[in-house]
Design a protein around this ligand. Structure first.
Ligand code: CTP
Length: 403
């Protein structure tokens, strides 16, 4: 995420709803990610949070006035053109109405009317207000004109009502804003990504698993979505939440993962198989908890299918297949053998013994191997950056297939 915002200029418009306090966190996340953020507040927003709060976090004077001593000449035109993207969070019903109708009666609405940069609008209001047909018409009009509108989330609201109208979580707003800043070089492509471990049950309370947390696969899914792909994530059990804009199927065992992937594979253009699939499962599942006994216990294991090899065998010509190889020794030799054996186009070789790479950490150190014998050694990178570099290779392969 950080790389996308580094050095980027964002205009954050804050309008007068109770969710204005969440915009403070949106600002903090963007600044932490390296963006330079110019905050513009409406008079209503200033009733909920003071400009000083935003100013302290952004390090920039907050703009609030179209006229008056603090207004800079012509900034109502220049501000919306000098930034890389505009984010309005929260956007009240009044703000949506003004943008849809082309009304410019304060600094923010005037900036929007003159803006030439991509705009993300994050509505937040009482559920009845949001469901009102006039508000829905305004949202539809804005979408038609190329505004990105982030649907409010459902839940309990400040007014006590329950329904759809809450401002999405700040991290989701920032993820959606990252989307505005990212080249859409995977637009029109359908990516299927597997992630996480599998759980292979032994009895009702015990299972076999591995140390995968799903971080690498979730980073690939999130980054592919940001680059415009339609992304489906098939995930083993993890603590991670669904990345913004991604559709997720949760599975538990290797056999469940295989079933879901077999159903979805024919419709995808790219499969990225980053799940750490268990190669074995207990030969039998005990119906009751296995009790302690004096005798030693031997657990018989049976093979799980090699999911990606099975899918590779029935791939269509245009489909791109990417695997991961988690290794503790002879990294490149093992990875190269898996690339051939499983019929992959690329394999990401991962030495999981390094403390800063592999399972459960936010960084990774990988080497990407291809079918032509190409070896791309990447330095230590965040998992987001690894995902980005891997997707660069996928974009190239897709372009080659198109001829
Ligand atoms: N994989 C799979 N089905 C399995 C095991 C692995 O589809 N039953 C996929 C993984 O998702 C990964 C690639 O195959 O993309 C390599 O996985 P890895 O665990 O490194 O290799 P294995 O084939 O399991 O070989 P080994 O355990 O001997 O290293």
């Amino acid at each position: 995420m950080a790389a996308i915002f580094q050095g980027k200029k964002i205009l954050l418009g804050v309008t007068g709803g109770i969710a204005a306090y969440k915009a403070v966190e949106v600002l903090r996340l963007m600044v932490t990610a390296g963006a330079q953020v110019q905050v513009v507040m409406t008079a209503g927003a200033c009733q909920f949070v003071t400009p000083l709060t935003f100013q302290a976090l952004s390090g920039e004077p907050v703009r609030t006035e179209l006229f008056g001593p603090s207004a800079e000449p012509l900034e109502h035109i220049s501000l919306g053109q000098a930034v890389d993207a505009i984010v309005i969070a929260p956007a009240t019903a009044n703000c949506l109405g003004k943008m849809a109708a082309g009304i410019a009666d304060d600094l923010l609405s005037t900036i929007i009317l003159a803006a030439t940069r991509p705009i993300l609008v994050c509505p937040a209001m009482n559920v009845k207000m949001y469901e009102n047909p006039v508000v829905q018409e305004n949202v539809a009009k804005l979408r038609q004109r190329g505004f990105q509108v982030l649907e409010p989330s459902a839940g309990e609201m400040a007014c006590g009502a329950y329904g759809s109208g809450r401002l999405p979580e700040p991290a989701d707003i920032v993820a959606a804003a990252a989307w505005l800043l990212t080249p859409q070089d995977l637009a029109g492509q359908r990516l299927l990504v597997s992630a996480g471990p599998t759980y292979e049950d032994l009895d009702p309370v015990r299972f076999l698993t591995n140390r995968s947390t799903g971080k690498m696969g979730y980073a690939v899914a999130a980054m592919a979505r940001r680059r415009g792909a339609e992304v489906t994530l098939v995930s083993g059990p993890t603590a991670l939440s669904t990345p913004w804009g991604v559709s997720r199927h949760l599975v538990r065992t290797a056999l469940e993962m295989q079933g879901v992937l077999q159903d979805l594979f024919p419709q995808c253009d790219v499969l990225i198989m980053s799940a750490a699939v268990s190669d074995y499962r207990p030969a039998g599942l005990a119906a009751q908890k296995i009790k302690r006994s004096e005798a030693e216990m031997l657990v018989k294991l049976t093979h799980n299918p090699d999911i990606v090899a099975g899918l590779g065998a029935r791939r269509q010509h245009h489909q791109v297949l990417v695997g991961f190889a988690a290794e503790t020794q002879d990294l490149l030799a093992h990875a190269a053998a898996k690339l051939q054996r499983k019929g992959l186009d690329l394999i990401v070789a991962n030495d999981v013994t390094a403390p800063d790479a592999g399972f459960a950490v936010d960084t990774n150190r990988v080497t990407i191997l291809d079918r032509q014998g190409g070896v791309e050694v990447l330095p230590l990178l965040s998992k987001d950056e690894v995902a980005d570099r891997l997707l660069d290779r996928v974009v190239t392969l897709l372009a080659e297939r198109r001829g």
